[in-house]
Design a binder for this molecule. Structure first.
Ligand SMILES: [Zn+2]
Length: 304
């Protein structure tokens, strides 16, 4: 966070003493950048919230996701190490705050914000997000809203290659976008794909566990042996093999929960069973979202 951003937050905190302010000041808002492949880079935030995709070339810079308003100065500073071209476009993969909250500041710099129709619609009101019990986030400012939305697919012709943005089946949310950089052969899957973490299904915002299996099958079919994949969160980019392992996790969870339902087991009995005991060491890397959060959602969906 820059000195002026810190001053801004500190002065607001003097008026509104809150734990949120203290959390903002205490956070490390810096990024590390990694070349993924071709013209695509991944900026990984130190606070592990929301990886940002960066596509560079002679025509300008396209971003995938905007992280938080407080970190835009750090974000732009890191981008400047990669490219001195204008940041022209921003695609939001979905509506969660760690992927859209930098929109307004970037829009004020002249960046055009693009998202699926569903994202803009949900940004018009207060947002409930799937942390335990459902946490509410205020409605974003008007300048943060996407100015271009799409329903099925959208293609950029930029920096000498095609960038295909398309609507994934309902998965993490109902408005997930996948972004495929065709020439560079890089996929950005937003939060549909998390390495070493159980999938978050945001049932407040149209997400679906079974849809997530379909979405990953779509991504795996699209990928070739050399495709690199940027996850919404996670310390490293992945590939088709990584997506197959994740898909295997999803189908294993589906089959185990279905087996329990078929035997007439209740949700409470299933949760007492330690159904994922052998999987937690590989996939339980997020203390804020464990198998205990995910299994009831799968149970509910398979019981419908
Ligand atoms: Zn998310």
């Amino acid at each position: 966070m820059t000195k002026s951003s810190k001053k801004q937050v500190a002065s607001i905190c003097l008026l509104l003493v809150s734990s949120v302010c203290l959390q903002v000041l205490a956070q490390d808002w810096s990024f590390s950048s990694y070349p993924v492949q071709g013209n695509v880079y991944m900026l990984e935030p130190a606070n592990t919230m929301g990886n940002v995709g960066v596509f560079v070339g002679d025509d300008g810079v396209l971003l995938v996701d905007s992280h938080f308003s407080f970190s835009v100065a750090e974000l732009l500073g890191e981008i400047r190490k990669i490219s001195d071209k204008e940041v022209r476009f921003l695609v939001n993969t979905h509506v969660h705050p760690d992927h859209i909250s930098g929109n307004g500041v970037l829009a004020d710099y002249g960046v055009t914000v693009i998202a699926h129709d569903d994202v803009r619609l949900r940004m018009l009101s207060e947002l409930r997000i799937p942390r335990r019990g459902g946490v509410f986030r205020p409605k974003p400012e008007a300048n943060a809203l996407p100015v271009i939305t799409y329903s099925d697919a959208l293609t950029f012709h930029l920096n000498g290659e095609e960038v295909r943005v398309f609507h994934a089946p309902p998965a993490h949310t109902g408005g997930d976008s996948f972004v495929y950089f065709v020439g560079s052969d890089v996929l950005h899957l937003g939060d549909v794909f998390r390495t070493r973490r159980y999938p978050i299904i945001d049932h407040y915002n149209g997400g679906s566990f079974l849809g997530m299996i379909d979405a990953m099958e779509l991504a795996i079919d699209l990928a070739g042996p050399n495709t690199k994949v940027i996850p919404g969160h996670g310390t490293a980019f992945s590939d088709r093999e990584g997506m197959k392992q994740y898909h295997q996790l999803l189908t294993t969870l589906r089959d185990r929960v279905q087996g329990f339902i078929d035997q007439g087991g209740s949700l409470d009995a299933m949760l007492a069973e330690q159904l994922t005991g052998d999987l937690d060491s590989d996939w339980g890397d997020d203390p804020g979202w464990t198998a205990t959060d995910l299994l009831p959602i799968i149970y509910q969906e398979l019981s419908e």
